[in-house]
Each structure stands twice: as structure tokens, then as C-alpha cells.
Design a protein around this ligand. Sequence first.
Ligand SMILES: [Zn+2]
Ligand SMILES: [Zn+2]
Length: 82
Amino acid sequence: MAENMKKCYQCKNKKPDAEFSSKGSRIVHNRSQLICNSCIEHIYRKNWDVPCQVCEQKPTVGDLKLCGPCTWGEAATAGGNW
Ligand SMILES: [Zn+2]
Ligand SMILES: [Zn+2]
């Protein structure tokens, strides 16, 4: 029965605070995932140390090595605007 308990798919121990959908689905999988707030913050943190693999812009999204526009395909997310 423990298998049916809903947990954050990232840290596997906290209770999920949100369901990953629209934005998150691009990053993780093409389906919604349950995730806690601290993992969301970690995934979407602005990484100013690593340039985008595609266009070399900064910041990039978390550990993805892709900038906002290359991650989501939305120019509005350039410059860490997410
Ligand atoms: Zn978590
Ligand atoms: Zn890019």
C-alpha cells in the first residue's frame, strides 16, 4: 500500500505541493508529476555559471544547461524571466 502514497517524484520523501504540468512537463516528462515546492525551486533556479548549450546565453535553467527560450521555446523567458 505504500506504493500508492503520493510523494514528490524528485526527492521521494516530501509530500508534493504541486502537480507539474505545462512548464514543467517540458523539463521532466510529458506527463504531470507530483513535486514539492523546494524541488520546483531547485529545478527552476537560475544558473548563471553555465551557458546555454545551444545559444550560450545565461542564465540557464537549473541543471539543464539550456536557457529559458531553448527550454520552453518562448523568447519571453530570455534573461532569466521565468
Ligand atoms: Zn521534493
Ligand atoms: Zn539557449
